[in-house]
Design a protein around this ligand. Structure first.
Ligand code: AMP
Ligand code: MG
Length: 589
């Protein structure tokens, strides 16, 4: 059993810290029990109480039971005080036992420290104290937390006992086997592949290539859920009031109504313990669990409030201004599906239904490699005939925007051995490789040559403009997208082919961009046979396209804010015709 102690001198804030930790850690979905040791009398030692009287009369054990809790008390009398280990053995299994007191036992502890309590720190002389939670800053050889920073203290304790993954989380799931060499093979005889067919093939053949891991809820935004999230707890967990007001039983008919007020109130997190008698009302604050005897609430703004009664005008329906338990999410319901890319709102939902840790897919690592003798690093000096590597920064940042781990694999010359060595090393570090350049069938097109040599190349001559050629292969089990060298073609192929493929491999399923139809602000004649994507933007409700279609024109990519898609068939577009526009944002950029 995982145990962790809270120690400290009298008035150091131990019980407050225990209370906050229990609330925080249970809210994260862990089960917690506590043990408390004291040198003074306990809550149960109050003279005159029933249990006290049973024990004082000589009972060996007293069992106190109600519909809410059971307490078992043993009178030690002559027997020695049991050891901590014996007490722990009596508890049912839980994720964590927090122990208050037992300063001298060897289990790991955190020391609560409040300067005004006027004691010296225990920690320096006690190695079992792993950290200190203090209301002042301290210079110590171990972590010091702000006494009120419950989240950080809970993180620390959970990490110490192994309930929270440390910085490099261990994979919890098996890694799937590598993709097969023939996963991209084109059916024999196929020459030009229409875009939709190519996409359908990729969708069909690719699968998840990453393992799974557990991450704290707070770190899970943007990650991909690896299993359906089934509510551990209903939201709300109990019927409660939706407003500040007064609660009573039943509806009220049309006309004036008066209710005597009883003492006490119910607030969020501080329930009213007793029962509200029929015909009486009680003060309730938003979020408070409805006390026994209350099923309806009237808004305080609607009441005249006297010292011991309220008056208001009916009618008010039974159940008004209350929330039913589970009206949002019921325990056991699938609240979020496997494959969901977690949004900030999803984290609120996951938290509300009892999760502190989520099982997600490990991040997809995508390597980016540029090829070409002519390339130099951006910003360096370039000789005549040399050009700056424009593709790598573009692709790396696009991958990061898609939500994957972008791995810079650098540049390689048009040299087969160098490229082979690079691909070998890359296949060890990443889950997918994107290369640009060298993907045609020319003398210096070493990407396609090497993939062909390895027996795992499919040169997909896709009927797409701009976009040729796309070489798909598998290198040591790692899929390789050999993108065209031209920046515009590399960009379009990345959005149209690589993005949904990466999503499928990352566990979030195949994705399709959301486009909409706009009147064209241009005219264009297009031959049948190839799908075309034009660099475009929306102005005054119409789609404008870049003045040139040259696939080396990087400025047009930057000018554009999206792409216009023209279907495979021939088109004669005149101004005002509807064309399909995809903003860059719909591709996750
Ligand atoms: P390739 O496919 O290697 O024949 O390249 C086609 C065109 O794209 C050539 O004009 C290359 O110089 C250019 N190109 C290739 N890679 C890049 C890159 N990383 N950045 C800018 N242009 C490139
Ligand atoms: Mg080249």
């Amino acid at each position: 059993m995982n145990v962790f102690g809270v120690t400290g001198w009298k008035n150091a804030g131990k019980t407050g810290l225990m209370e906050r930790l229990v609330a925080e850690i249970t809210a994260r979905g862990f089960t917690v029990s506590t043990v408390k040791h004291a040198h003074h009398a306990f809550d149960v030692d109050q003279k005159g109480r029933d249990s006290y009287r049973h024990r004082a009369a000589g009972a060996h054990e007293v069992m106190l039971a109600s519909g809410k809790r059971v307490a078992q008390m043993t009178e030690l009398r002559e027997t020695p005080e049991p050891k901590l280990a014996e007490l722990l053995a009596r508890l049912s299994p839980v994720d964590l036992v927090l122990i208050e007191g037992y300063k001298r036992e060897a289990h790991p502890k955190i020391e609560a420290f409040r300067q005004e309590a006027g004691h010296a720190l225990i920690a320096p002389g006690d190695p079992s104290i792993r950290a200190v939670a203090a209301d002042v800053s301290l210079d110590l050889d171990r972590p010091v937390f702000d006494l009120d920073d419950t989240v950080a203290i809970a993180d620390f304790i959970l990490r110490e006992v192994g309930l929270l993954a440390t910085h490099a989380p261990e994979a919890t799931g098996l890694r799937p086997p590598p993709l097969k060499n023939d996963c991209f093979a084109l059916p024999p005889g196929v020459n030009w592949t229409p875009v939709d067919e190519a996409l359908a093939e990729l969708k069909e053949r690719l699968r998840v290539v990453v393992g799974q891991e557990e991450v704290p809820l707070a770190d899970a935004a943007g990650r991909v859920l690896a299993e359906d999230l089934v509510a551990k707890r209903s939201n709300p967990p109990l019927p409660n009031t939706a407003v500040d007001g007064y609660g009573f039983s039943g509806g009220v008919p049309e006309g004036e109504a008066q209710f005597p007020l009883i003492d006490g109130r119910a607030a969020a997190g501080i329930p009213y313990q007793g029962r509200v008698p029929e015909g009486a009302a009680i003060r309730v604050l938003t979020g408070a669990a409805l006390p026994d005897g209350v099923d309806t609430v009237v808004l305080e703004e609607d009441c005249a409030i006297g010292a011991d009664q309220i008056a208001f005008h009916g009618p008010i329906k039974q159940g008004a201004n209350t929330r039913k338990a589970g009206e949002d999410v019921a325990e056991g319901e699938v609240a979020l599906p496997k494959g969901r890319v977690l949004t900030p709102a999803d984290l609120a939902l996951a938290s509300a239904i009892g999760f502190g840790v989520l099982n997600v897919f490990q991040p997809l690592r995508v390597g980016v490699l540029s090829t070409g003798d002519e390339l130099v690093e951006p910003g360096e000096s370039a000789g005549p005939g040399q050009i700056f590597d424009a593709n790598r920064p573009m692709l790396l940042s696009a991958i990061a925007r898609f939500g994957y781990e972008a791995v810079d694999l650098g540049r390689v010359k048009d040299d087969r051995d160098g490229l082979r060595a690079q691909l070998d090393a890359a296949a060890e570090r990443v889950d997918v490789i994107l290369t640009s350049g060298g993907a045609s069938a020319g003398d210096e097109d070493h990407v396609s040559a090497l993939l062909r040599e390895s027996g795992a190349l499919a040169e997909w001559r896709i009927a797409l403009k701009p976009g040729r050629p796309l070489a798909l292969g598998v290198w040591n089990g790692v899929p390789v997208f050999g993108l065209p060298g031209n920046p515009v073609a590399a960009f379009v192929c990345t959005l149209i082919f690589a993005r949904p493929s990466l999503s499928k491999m990352a566990g979030s399923g195949w994705v399709e961009p959301l486009g909409f139809d706009l009147p064209a602000a241009f005219s264009k004649r297009k031959k049948p046979g190839r799908r075309e994507f034009l660099r475009a933007r929306m102005r005054n409700g119409r789609a404008e396209v870049f003045k040139s279609e040259g696939s080396g024109r990087v400025s047009g990519l930057s000018w554009a804010e999206g792409l216009v898609e023209l279907g495979d068939e021939g088109h004669e577009i005149v101004e005002g015709d509807l064309v399909r526009f995809y903003p860059y944002g719909s591709f996750g950029l």
